[in-house]
Design a binder for this molecule. Structure first.
Ligand code: AMP
Ligand code: ZN
Length: 478
């Protein structure tokens, strides 16, 4: 598989340290508010990557942190603590906020068919690990104490800006960003490993440490949580493009300084979802969530489909018009797939031919838009329905769009597949004939037999209609 690597800035052959095994780390959410659909674009694309690794035969261990402490309003260690801001906004404790929004995040993931990573670790559960690594960095001369805080000394590194060629001029503007510089820092980009003093209101959660009662910086948590669960070397690290600097740059600085060797050779960054007015952000007015889309009648999987239609390394513009187009196309696709019949046997040659197209698309820097095109190609293919269905089910192990699941109609009624619909129509006809010839017991028997299968008949002036209960789906098939 060829994957763009932000570290080398080229498309590289994906490699792993141990054959057949992928150690994958992904930066998790800061749980002070709901995730917006921009954040979720990143998690959707990471989910596709993970599932494609598994589809390709790798044994994957994926770790994600939950930031429930230490992330300040500016990524450059200044401003108010985000968790404290959330707690104040909702008159709750920081831990109540963390629990509520962690649960909300995983509910969103479930709706979008994003698999839960193998390990989820909240930062507050790893304080001892942070203290161990920070102590190690001080011992090795990479960190210093100033004004009550512990800082990483970026001047000790030969190459700090690993992802970009930021010149000092540009950075000065970026880091200043309307906030006063921290006069404790020896170098502009030094960052806090452990806070005991902040000129902003203190973090509510604090722990004892060799440097005084305080709390960890944001960057140290990802390095330590990764080392705790994946060891000294990982194969791939993922996150949104905004994390490349300073977050991932600082993660690499401290991890490699501590370990004394290369830590992660491959970096996968997902570009942003923007609105017409710019980058989507929680502090701005337009705060789009999955629940908001649902309340407007969109299927969350239509949003996943919308994301898959574009490449992860291009920024994507969200508008309701764009989502409507994707949602319409998604509904049509599902309806076409629902018409596939279950007759015949899988044509293995055709199966292999079309699977190759799908694999080629994803092998080429995770081209999900071509992978979706591969589904359309299958529908047009010169082969039987069973082969088409088998291929689409196979692709859906990665796409996770529930392409072959029976769907509810617009009026919220589940749609019967073709076979089931013709069976029900036949039974309705037999029941009407029984009633006509006054065989009421027979008519009742047909009604109750259908009812046992979750099919409810409703007699209307326009004829007999029916509703389906999806929880009976399995029984009906048996
Ligand atoms: P946060 O909860 O702020 O730590 O962000 C969670 C993830 O979402 C990180 O990987 C960010 O890089 C990513 N992210 C933030 N904003 C966007 C956006 N507009 N589009 C895509 N990903 C984003
Ligand atoms: Zn991180």
């Amino acid at each position: 598989m060829i994957l763009y690597n932000s570290l080398t800035r080229t498309k590289d052959e994906f490699k792993t340290y141990e054959p057949g095994k992928v150690k994958m780390y992904t930066c998790g959410p800061t749980v002070y508010h709901f995730a917006h659909i921009g954040n979720l674009r990143t998690y959707i694309m990471e989910d596709v990557l993970e599932k494609y690794f598994r589809y390709s035969g790798y044994d994957v261990k994926r770790v994600m942190n939950i930031t429930d402490v230490g992330h300040l309003s500016s990524d450059a260690d200044t401003g108010e603590d985000k968790m404290l801001k959330g707690a104040k906004r909702e008159h709750k404790t920081v831990m109540e906020i963390a629990k509520y929004y962690t649960d909300a995040f995983f509910e969103d993931c479930k709706k979008l068919n994003i698999k839960i990573p193998d390990v989820i670790e909240p930062a507050t559960a790893c304080i001892d690990d942070f203290i161990k690594v920070i102590s190690g960095l001080i011992d090795k001369g990479y960190a210093y104490l100033a004004g009550g805080n512990v800082y990483f000394d970026t001047s000790k590194l030969k190459n700090y800006y690993i992802f970009n060629n930021f010149d000092e001029e540009n950075l000065e503007v970026g880091v200043r960003d309307g906030v006063e510089a921290d006069s404790n820092k020896k170098n502009k980009n030094d960052f806090v490993l452990w806070f005991t003093k902040s000129k902003f209101e203190d973090q509510a959660l604090k722990w004892d440490s060799p440097w005084g009662v305080g709390y960890p910086g944001w960057h140290i948590e990802c390095s330590c949580i990764s080392m705790k669960h994946l060891g000294d070397r990982i194969d791939i690290h993922c996150g949104g493009i905004d994390n490349a600097f300073p977050h991932h740059t600082n993660e690499v600085a401290q991890s490699q300084a501590y370990l004394g060797h290369e830590w992660c050779p491959q970096w996968f960054h997902v570009h942003h979802l923007n609105t017409n007015s710019g980058k989507m952000s929680k502090s701005k007015g337009e705060f789009l969530t999955v629940s908001l889309l649902e309340s407007k009648g969109y299927d969350p999987l239509a949003y996943r489909f919308f994301c898959l239609q574009s490449h992860y390394r291009k920024s994507l513009v969200f508008s309701y018009e764009n989502l409507d187009n994707a949602s319409g196309a998604f509904k049509k696709l599902i309806a076409k797939i629902a018409l596939l019949k279950n007759e015949g046997a899988v044509d293995t040659e055709k199966f292999a031919e079309y699977k190759t197209k799908f694999v080629e698309a994803l092998d080429n820097d995770l081209n999900t838009s071509l992978a979706v095109t591969a589904v359309y190609d299958v529908l047009k293919a010169d082969t039987n329905d069973v082969t088409k269905k088998a291929l689409i089910e196979d692709f859906d192990r990665v796409l996770s769009l529930d392409l072959t699941r029976p769907r509810k109609k617009e009026n919220d009624q589940p749609v019967a597949d073709v076979e089931l619909a013709s069976y029900i129509e036949e039974q309705i006809k037999l029941r009407a004939e029984a009633k006509k010839s006054k065989k009421y017991a027979e008519a009742d028997r047909i009604r109750s037999e259908l009812s046992e299968k979750g099919i409810t008949l409703i007699d209307t002036p326009q004829g007999t209609k029916y509703t389906l209960d999806l929880t009976y789906e399995k029984d009906r098939r048996n």
